[in-house]
Design a protein around this ligand. Sequence first.
Ligand SMILES: NC(=O)C1=CN([C@@H]2O[C@H](COP(=O)(O)OP(=O)(O)OC[C@H]3O[C@@H](n4cnc5c(N)ncnc54)[C@H](O)[C@@H]3O)[C@@H](O)[C@H]2O)C=CC1
Ligand SMILES: CC(C)=CCC[C@@H](C)[C@H]1CC[C@H]2C3=C(CC[C@]12C)[C@@]1(C)CCC(=O)C[C@@H]1CC3
Length: 345
Amino acid sequence: MATRTRPSSKRCAVIGGSGFLGRHLVERLVDRGYTVNVFDIRQAYELPGVMFHQGDLCDRQALLLALKEVSVVFHCASPAPASDDRALFQRVNIDGTRTVIQACHEAGVQKLILTSSASVVFEGTDIKNGREDLPYAKKPIDYYTETKIVQEKLVLEACSKEKGFLTVAIRPHGIFGPRDPQLVPILVDTARRGKMKFIIGDGSNLVDFTYVENVVHGHILAAEHLKADSPLCGQAYHITNDEPVRFWDFMSQILEGLGYSAPRYHLPYTLVYGIALLLWLMALVLRPLIRIKPTFTPMRVALAGTHHYYSCARAKKDMGYQPLVPLQEAIVRTVESYPHLRKGA
Ligand SMILES: NC(=O)C1=CN([C@@H]2O[C@H](COP(=O)(O)OP(=O)(O)OC[C@H]3O[C@@H](n4cnc5c(N)ncnc54)[C@H](O)[C@@H]3O)[C@@H](O)[C@H]2O)C=CC1
Ligand SMILES: CC(C)=CCC[C@@H](C)[C@H]1CC[C@H]2C3=C(CC[C@]12C)[C@@]1(C)CCC(=O)C[C@@H]1CC3
């Protein structure tokens, strides 16, 4: 058992702090005068005022070193959603989160802020202005979502005013911005392979995309408003740009901003979903012989062809959340940040 020392309210740890969201969060915390410990399986950068601890979050002893004298922990580590490694999701998102909670108790941490995901309520069918009281998905669309649900429940159930350990979950949706390794790179890769010609469905489906700085803002507000007498204890909060946009308009704006053509031809949603399902099943059957990773997974088709946008009224009411960067400004900043992905670069 580690010896407890008095934690400072301006000393925090970011688990997953080498990742896309984690690094933006670390930078903003440093700007706001926090001393930050990063805990991650890899060290991706160096920053004055930031102490790196390299390790696996399933390793309690390694975690304890990073949580020493820390009062606030942000947990934003996860395997990449595109992975199909069920055992890895179980180990990191579920067993690892149990270890994080246990280590927080042992180190005397007072607040744990989890990065959950709005997709914990998404089952592949339309969600319009969804609120936090929607039930968790009964049939989650993939292992990532399945384990994010269990993870969120674990963290929220661990909230205890009696023990002086307060927890909250932030549910962002479609995070994008500079250094994102997913959204823009996947989009450009698909365009470069000549596969960005088709719009799935009629193209009118509305989706939330959230600029990374707004997600960071939501996390810091949550940490600073989380108190024993506040309504945040043990609750989940949607954090979005609060400007639902047509999925295909958003994709087209990014593509055209980088010099690629926007998709023009429509394909019926059910047809594409059926093909994606078939490919996914084939990949599953053939897995012992050959490993295939289809671009069009059923999950991706569902994300691209349905409405999924969420209300952030609860975050506005309980923590005064308002997005700092509007969507159009966020798209411009994002496009400018990827000169190496421009057509012809
Ligand atoms: N990117 C998005 O659109 C959304 C992301 N989220 C959540 O936000 C969080 C951050 O996501 P991103 O920054 O996009 O992902 P990312 O992949 O860029 O960052 C995740 C970080 O976790 C670290 N990590 C993974 N396994 C670990 C382990 N066993 N021990 C220690 N560190 C480990 C990775 O090394 C990486 O630096 C995740 O929890 C994700 O579920 C939620 C909604 C949307
Ligand atoms: C709103 C939200 C949750 C976004 C998350 C990011 C990714 C899941 C998307 C980013 C780029 C998207 C994309 C597709 C699916 C969803 C993304 C991976 C397609 C593969 C959908 C089918 C196509 O026609 C090509 C698309 C490329 C970009």
